[in-house]
Write a protein that binds this ligand. Structure first.
Ligand code: IPE
Ligand code: IPE
Ligand code: MG
Length: 243
């Protein structure tokens, strides 16, 4: 029987290269890339995955030219306008991980009501990591705990992995905060400051194809690979395991 991961995180990489390989501007790859999100999210929901975190924009992506940034913001706004009703029908709940306050006001104007509208839904948790950095996530949690200590509501010895996990951007996901399966497209073998703490025991699947070519069948294939892995968490293989 296929094991279904609870939390799947995806580094949606390779939009620019996908477009350039076809003689098109990078923006074209972003347009096509955004169109891949809904089918993948619906498939994840259908498969019974509890949480999907999509890396849409890193804290380092601010280095990109303004023209590219504004394409990305416009596409995020369009995505929300176009897909919100269906996400709602599918009982999907939306969150943003990352520096929301740095996003342009026109993005927040769309994003905040979208999050609010889906906030009572109880199905798949869809997290957009936008202006997200794994190191920043950890620092923010560390600061929040330090403030509790300063206010006298906690002692340093109260801090353990559980307490710290709840202070991270994925804290609200509770038992699903840790990533089970991390997928990266575009042939790169790196984490690029994604969910550093949460991916401590994630299974990684790296795919050569670029994000604009990714579809529900690729998600199913990655889950098949995940399902065949022996997750030992530092222990020993189960008796009878072939790994
Ligand atoms: C991923 O595709 C999307 C974002 C980082 C916003 P890229 O834009 O990184 O495309 P490549 O990796 O340069 O091809
Ligand atoms: C990681 O991709 C971030 C997103 C997919 C949003 P990048 O294209 O920014 O990462 P590097 O530069 O290849 O490490
Ligand atoms: Mg890239």
């Amino acid at each position: 029987m296929t094991k279904i991961p609870n939390h799947v995180a995806i580094i949606m990489d390779g939009n620019g290269r996908w477009a350039q390989a076809r003689g098109n501007p990078r923006a074209y790859g972003h347009i096509r890339g955004v169109s891949r999100i809904k089918p993948v999210v619906l498939e994840a929901n259908r498969l019974g995955i509890r949480a999907v975190t999509l890396y849409a924009f890193s804290t380092e992506n601010w280095k990109r030219p303004n023209a590219e940034l504004s394409v990305l913001w416009k596409l995020l706004i369009k995505f929300l306008r176009r897909e919100l009703a269906e996400l709602d029908r599918e009982n999907v709940r939306l969150s943003v991980l990352g520096e929301k306050h740095r996003l342009p006001p026109e993005v927040l104007k769309e994003l905040d009501p979208a999050i609010e509208r889906l906030s009572k839904n109880t199905g798949l948790r869809l997290n957009f990591a936008v202006s997200y950095g794994g190191r920043l996530d950890i620092l923010t949690a560390a600061r929040a705990f330090a403030e509790r200590v300063e206010q006298g509501t906690a002692k340093p010895s109260d801090l353990d992995e559980n307490v710290f996990s709840r202070l991270l951007s994925t804290g609200e996901l509770g038992e699903y905060g840790d990533v089970d399966l991390l997928i990266r497209t575009s042939g790169e073998f790196r984490i690029s400051n994604f969910l550093l703490w949460q991916a401590a025991y994630a299974e990684f699947v790296f795919l050569d194809k670029n994000w604009p070519d990714f579809g529900p069948e690729d998600l199913r294939e990655a889950i098949g690979r995940f399902s065949g892995r022996d997750r030992r968490y530092g222990g020993l293989a189960k008796p009878g395991s072939t790994h």
